[in-house]
Design a binder for this molecule. Structure first.
Ligand code: SUG
Length: 444
């Protein structure tokens, strides 16, 4: 069956800010309390989508979430009108307001795990929103993410939706950011590599400094409920997590038969390659392993070399790597990329993108996208207007310029005017995208 891979990018939300909420995410904590520019961030995101769509790739988008999220503050004991809740919470517990104001849903690699129909037992495309249990500000995303996915991919013969798995650190699930799929063509049966940070039960090694956000138990649950036929589970190297690789997609990226990864991403890379090749059978895998002598773990985390999008462009035999600008500004990674292009490997081209607003929170090109493989029939079964074309990109830019602030500090988040501005903006966006009443403020 022929199929296409779509990248669904998260649109940067009106409250994009640097609150330093993610312990273990070095970029986010080192930019804590700086001033952000939500308008620039959102425009950078649309430009990213526009350039990938212009290369002939399937490009979709997921809208921002409602932030600040007043229903969460209600669950935490605040009462009264929405404005009163925000004002009281800001006076008595500003850290809670910062947590419920994060635009973190933009990093859609963490939105869900998606399994293509060629790989599941019932032949449907399966979706499970990630519970993101490790970080409070992200643990409040999954319900609305699930709602969005159901609106775009209606439940039925074609698409199957599951609720997030139970939310506790032992079941921490961070979605597609810890998952890779290998296949010949996108519509062919794939081999799924689930990467976890630690076992929740039964001991075993784990990181010492920073949290392992994804557990083996969570990865196994997702694979089980999607009915994925060919799976391999491997632990992320605890040293990589301790160096700041809080998700495996900071250390590795795959596309079809190619796996581009850092030597220290996994504790035993030789054994992993052997195991993957054995499981892949006739499909000959191609491994591009970057040695630590060329790029240190530290530079991999700083530059986000592996948080790139490895893509098959129409008509191109070799693959293209979409990299953040920071890779060209880090001497070791720039040299590595130049050497890689000079050598006759599977990656034949690179392009650099400016996603600096997101990068300062630890979100590179790959964090911003959720991959969804769809056949033509599945594409036709989609609801909503979320596939990017020039006209939609123009409308989004116009919408951003009318509604977004160009300056936001973590001390501005208690402003009721900001809450109202983003509601007006999101209300208009749901109409533009044909999504119906999606947000809690639209459903009361
Ligand atoms: O979960 N940053 C996100 C970045 C997610 C990146 N995703 C992938 N690697 N796939 C996180 O740590 C920072 C928010 C703040 O500190 O204000 C944040 O949530």
């Amino acid at each position: 069956m022929t199929a296409r891979e779509f990248n669904f990018d998260g649109l940067v939300g009106p409250t994009h800010n640097y609150a330093g909420l993610s312990y273990g995410n070095v970029a986010a904590t080192s930019h804590a309390m700086q001033i952000s520019n939500p308008r620039e961030g959102a425009l950078q995101g649309v430009q990213k989508m526009r350039s990938l769509a212009a290369l002939g790739l399937g490009q979709g988008l997921l809208p921002p979430h409602e932030r600040p999220h007043i229903p969460t503050l209600r669950k935490l004991g605040f009462t009264g009108s929405d404005t009163r809740i925000l004002e009281n919470a800001w006076k008595t517990a500003p850290e809670l307001v910062r947590n419920v104001s994060s635009a973190s849903a933009m990093w859609t690699a963490n939105a869900a795990t998606v399994s293509p129909s060629s790989d599941t037992r019932d032949g449907r495309v399966h979706f499970t929103p990630a519970n993101l249990a490790a970080m409070f500000h992200r643990s409040i995303e999954h319900e609305v993410t699930g709602r969005m996915l159901r609106a775009i991919f209606p439940e039925g013969d074609v698409f199957a939706h599951h609720a997030a798995i139970p939310s506790a650190p032992q079941m921490g699930d961070e979605g597609a950011a810890n998952h890779n799929r290998f296949c010949a063509d996108y519509g062919d049966r794939g081999l799924h590599l689930f990467v976890y940070g630690k076992h929740a039960f039964g001991g075993g090694a784990g990181p010492k400094r920073y949290p392992a956000r994804q557990t083996h138990e969570a990865s196994a649950a997702i694979a089980r409920q999607h009915g994925v036929k060919k799976t391999i589970f491997v632990q992320q190297n605890p040293e990589a997590i301790d160096a700041g690789a809080f998700h495996n997609d900071v250390m590795a990226v795959s596309n079809r038969q190619v796996f581009f990864y850092h030597q220290d991403a996994f504790a035993a890379p030789d054994a992993l390659e052997e195991c993957l090749q054995h499981a892949a059978g006739d499909l000959i895998l191609s491994f591009v392993r970057v040695p630590r002598e060329k790029v240190s773990l530290e530079d991999a985390v700083k530059s986000y070399l592996f948080n790139s999008q490895l893509l098959s462009l129409p008509g191109q035999q070799k693959m293209t790597l979409i990299l953040p600008m920071e890779v060209s500004e880090t001497p070791s990674t720039r040299t590595y990329v130049d050497e890689m292009l000079a050598y006759d490997g599977p990656i034949g081209d690179v392009r650099y993108l400016d996603v600096r607003q997101s990068m300062r929170n630890g979100g590179g090109p790959a964090c911003l996208r959720l991959r969804v493989v769809l056949t033509a029939r599945q594409e036709a079964a989609m609801g909503a207007r979320v596939i990017l074309d020039e006209a939609l990109a123009d409308s989004l830019e116009d919408w951003i310029k009318r509604h977004y602030r160009d300056r936001l500090g973590p001390d501005d988040l208690g402003d009721p005017a900001l809450m109202m501005e983003q509601r007006t903006a999101l209300d208009e966006l749901t109409t533009l995208l044909g999504l119906g009443a999606l947000y809690d403020f639209q459903r009361v």
